[in-house]
Design a protein around this ligand. Structure first.
Ligand code: ADP
Ligand code: MG
Length: 248
């Protein structure tokens, strides 16, 4: 399928119902929005509002109850299991709240892992992983295992791993949820810098209002629905507009 849309991600009437015995939980309730390439988009809302479910639907991790999710022109919920796995490998990166690093592997090996599946020479992928670690300020921690690093350092390894294959889209679910506020800012600065450098699209989930200011656009989720969409870039523009004075 060709992608004629100016949007890299389109969410159309997405709905997710969980069934727990007799109970029906409407976690995502008829949500529609689109994201442009290179945009930093934040899904913001209270705990339990459906942010993670929505992100997992967008990443093809959870199955939609109804609606569509189109990424780069592909209806990802119509793809075969294999096709989706390949698509994820080639197009998407992930950053997790709990880092999800392999404890038996060094920082370098963890960052290298996404490239192992990409038929790349060991030498080349090691070089790329090393460069990524340098990029996140961990050149001197290559041989450390996750348990030998601080939370902030582990998340920087997580970020290096997410970006090493240069994915067009990076999904991040509460990436600073386990970090103190100073380290959170450092981690957010790295994510933003990396994404802007390569025009990558970020979709980040957070319940932390303070972190939404890193985004270009905030999608405020309440009770499974969109409460409000705030375009911070447009507000920037407004703020920067020179006063026109009295032009009569
Ligand atoms: P958030 O990430 O905003 O905290 P979630 O997307 O995790 O919210 O959850 C949204 C709602 O869906 C909550 O009421 C939660 O209890 C419910 N929920 C999430 N995952 C499941 C699941 N696997 N089975 C049943 N209910 C779920
Ligand atoms: Mg969540």
């Amino acid at each position: 399928m060709k992608n004629n849309s100016e949007y890299i991600i389109e969410v159309k009437n997405a709905k997710k119902v969980y069934r727990m015995g007799k109970e029906r939980i409407l976690a995502v309730d008829d949500v529609s929005f689109s994201i442009k390439k290179g945009e930093f988009c934040c899904l913001y809302g209270a705990s339990g509002s459906g942010k993670s479910t929505l992100l997992n639907l967008m990443a093809g991790i959870e199955k939609l109850s109804s609606g569509q999710i189109i990424i780069k022109g592909h209806n990802i919920h119509r793809m075969s299991e294999k096709g989706l796995a390949k698509f994820r490998q080639n197009t998407l990166g992930f950053v997790f709240q709990s880092y999800n690093l392999l404890n038996s592997m060094t920082a370098l090996e963890n960052v290298e892992l996404p490239l192992v599946f990409k038929h790349m020479s060991v030498k080349r992928r090691r070089k790329m992983a090393r460069e990524m670690l340098k990029n996140v300020g961990l050149a001197d921690r290559q041989k450390h295992k996750p348990t030998e690093m601080s939370g902030g350092q582990q998340q920087r390894v997580g970020i290096a791993r997410a970006f090493v294959s240069n994915p067009e889209i990076v999904f991040a679910d509460e990436p600073t949820g386990n970090l103190d506020s100073k380290t959170s800012r450092e981690v957010m600065d790295i994510i933003k810098r990396m994404a802007k450098a390569n025009n990558q699209t970020i979709v980040m989930v957070t319940h932390d209002k303070g972190l939404t200011e890193y985004a270009d656009r905030i999608i405020h989720i309440f009770d499974g629905k969109i409460e409000e969409i705030i375009d911070l870039k447009a507000e920037d523009k407004k703020d920067n507009e020179a006063p026109t004075g009295n032009t009569g």
